[in-house]
Design a protein around this ligand. Sequence first.
Ligand code: BDR
Ligand code: CA
Length: 318
Amino acid sequence: MAQKLIIDTDPGVDDAFAIALAALSSDVDLLGVTTVHGNVPLSATTINARRILALCKRADVPVAAGAPRPLVHRSPHEAGEVHGSDGLSGRSAALPEPSRPLDERDAVTLLAELLEASDTPVTIAPIGPLTNIAALLAAHPAAAAKIDRIVIMGGALGHGNTTAAAEFNIWSDPEAAQRVLTGGDAPCVLVPMDLTYRCAVDAAWLDELDASGPIGAALHALTPDYRTHYRGALGWDGMVVHDAVAVAEAIRPGTLRTERVPVQVECSFGPGRGATLADRRLPALRAATDGAAPASEVDVAVDTDLAALRALLLDRLR
Ligand code: BDR
Ligand code: CA
């Protein structure tokens, strides 16, 4: 049976790859796409998501716009310096215009209605700030019972990318992330940047995508600004397809190897704001120092077959 999936996203070049990965996979039932503030303002993430679906000829997939800002505190900045001013290296307008209008419902309503209407569990893949998902869980606990897994791109076990401590998606709305990761509403998988960096694709992979056909070439055309950023961040010519790594796990469970540990989000206003504190101590040591109080646990992705993952992405995006 096809994997039922909803993507919550802030496109973003790697979001574009992740949406296309799901939209082009015949073993995925993509029920909807919801958008959130993040890499660029909500109006831009929303039109970008709709244009990517139009590129993939998926006018059957509804898109609803969600939160224009974090739940509690405004983020000091977006990530136009990484993804380009329009979120897609300045190439958004070159994509096909969507024939399907924007859904009249807001993102949380669309998420809740899609979940409630489903007779089998649904995976949600949030690949932007977690604002919409926290609001969904808070407002619609019955719908949350229909969630199979929430597979999140976010967090860092080592250093961050937006600050020394924090990865962008979690840093953009730490209070929302804390709600989703510790609320115990649905099983969570966290795909942190430590692993997504190791899955980076190189120039040869990108050349192959470009030569693979019209959709591959159109996706490749979105990468110049993003690739320039990652040439600096990686120190070699390639780019990190963070969100596509998480969506690969969402559509093929078990693609990533995970460790089940408690995770907390730092919500203070010090230099650690937005850090994900994954408690990887041995359970016996944790219990000895913290007492017996059970903490809700998260499956944190720590490893994968890197070559197989890159081959899967290329195969599906052609
Ligand atoms: C995450 O932040 C965004 O810039 C990317 O789209 C990805 O979701 C990586 O830290
Ligand atoms: Ca993203």
